[in-house]
Write a protein that binds this ligand. Structure first.
Ligand code: UDX
Length: 429
């Protein structure tokens, strides 16, 4: 099938590349010329395991095309995916200006029947809005259908998630359009659920909010575990054995970050409010998460002063296997530590370049994990990269000046840390 994907951000690029891998003809369109030029030369704008090989193979074999012309993309395809940015405004309202602009362009260049599919995470009702804008901008009347097909991929395992999703949600008021999109996914071994357009739009927000709620819930249990002297990991395991609850997303820590959870939870609270519904439970989820880093720093300050202390920070990306630092707990943590006049050394396996752009010379950048901890009074682990999990702990201890280790992700065994001579603090244990 002839597909175009508008927007080559995380979701757009991965979607386009995977559809091309499945044998479809795909045009990936982006207004950013530099990005498109780089893609044509095989250079990916994001770090994602497996993406580069898959994209370049389809490009070489002539199934994947890159362009900056939306006119071309619209005219040459029957199915158009909208996967442009939907950044939040300051009040967490979703900024739909990019989506609206693409809708207007689709209206302007439409030259036959099209199925317009929303992949971007957009508030309920956006499908209808896109339809209205397309109609308003059409010079000649053509038939089109609107579909909502939300994306559930996780950064760091985007290719895997897109090829083997738990479920594929297709929301549309047109059965024919929905069936065409079902065809597109043929060959994938996943449950496909066809829903109303507006249900599909809400499923994405409801899912991410629920996962965020699981994290804030276990983080609150972790706080209680610290007061009572219990162990949050054991509690999570005990809870997770109940099939109705499940073990996943019950890892306590320094809080959730990234480009999705904070944005989607904030947006759902905003949408609900604008519809006259007070989503109290979700407001609390956000509140718990917003306080996470501050609480962690307060805990550190109960053990040691920070002024002029040398601190090694391990992990900067919002989670492992990505270079993404959007809403990363590490940045909030660094801001608070700098306020307390700590001297910071930082290290991350892939996010260093992104962090340098934000923090400039406010911190010292280390070339590897051991270089980062050498000579420090205390070490803080923020992101649970494998390289930290498999680190030579004795080497870390020997290189440090002090003995304090604060683990924001419960990576190590407290007994082992103690036996190595660390004063070790983790979350809820
Ligand atoms: C998330 C959703 O999982 C995905 O389905 C959706 O499409 C986009 O948003 P992503 O943001 O890539 O994906 O990361 P995810 O792996 O879900 O982690 C989100 C945040 O929660 C990270 O900061 C992670 O560290 C944190 N987290 C996750 C916890 O603190 N504890 C957990 O148990 C799980």
């Amino acid at each position: 099938m002839k597909i175009s994907v508008i927007g080559t951000g995380y979701v757009g690029l991965v979607t386009g590349v995977v559809f091309a891998h499945l044998g479809h003809n795909v045009i990936c369109m982006d207004k950013n010329e530099e990005k498109i030029e780089k893609l044509k030369n095989g250079i990916m704008p994001i770090y994602e395991p497996g993406l580069e090989e898959m994209a370049n193979k389809s490009y070489r074999e002539g199934r994947l095309f890159y362009t900056t012309s939306i006119k071309d993309a619209v005219e040459k395809s029957e199915i158009i995916f909208i996967a442009v940015d939907t950044m939040p405004k300051k009040n967490w309202q979703t900024d739909l200006s990019s989506v609206k602009k693409v809708a207007a362009d689709i209206g302007r260049y439409i030259n036959g029947y099209k199925i317009v599919v929303n992949k971007s995470t957009v508030p309920v009702g956006t499908g209808d809005l896109v339809g209205k804008i397309i109609k308003k901008n059409m010079k000649k009347k053509f038939h089109f259908d609107i579909v909502s097909n939300p994306e559930f991929l996780r950064e760091g395992q985007a290719i895997y998630d897109t090829l083997q999703p738990d479920r594929i949600i297709i929301g549309s008021e047109s059965v024919e359009a929905a069936m065409k999109i079902v065809e597109l996914y043929q060959g994938m071994n996943s449950v496909i659920k066809i829903t109303k357009l507006k249900s599909a739009e809400l499923i994405k927000y409801a899912s991410n909010s629920f996962l965020g709620m699981k994290i804030s819930f276990i983080n609150s249990i972790a706080d209680l575990a610290e007061i009572t002297g219990s162990d949050v990991t054991e509690i999570a395991e005990g809870m997770g054995l109940d099939k109705r609850i499940g073990r996943e997303f019950l890892n306590a820590g320094i809080g959730y970050g990234g480009s999705c959870f904070p944005k989607d939870i904030g947006s759902l609270i905003y949408t609900a409010k604008s519809l006259g519904y007070d989503f109290g439970i979700l407001k609390e989820v956000k509140k718990v998460n917003d306080k996470r880093v501050k609480r962690f720093v307060e805990r550190i300050k109960k053990v040691t002063k920070l002024t002029n202390r040398k601190v090694g920070i391990l992990g900067l990306s919002f989670k492992p296997n990505t270079d993404d630092i959007r809403e990363a707990p590490s940045l909030k943590l660094i801001e608070l530590l700098l306020k307390d006049k700590a001297k910071l050394k930082v290290y991350d396996p892939v996010a260093m370049e992104n962090v340098k752009k934000v923090l400039k010379n406010k911190v010292e950048y280390s070339k590897d994990l051991y270089n980062c901890v050498d000579g420090t009074d205390l070490v803080i682990l923020v992101t649970e990269w494998d390289v930290f999990k498999n680190a030579d702990l004795k080497r870390i201890k020997d290189g440090m000046k002090g003995d304090l280790f604060f683990d924001g992700r419960n990576v190590y065994d407290p007994q082992i840390m103690k036996s190595l001579g660390f004063r070790y603090f983790s979350v809820g244990r």
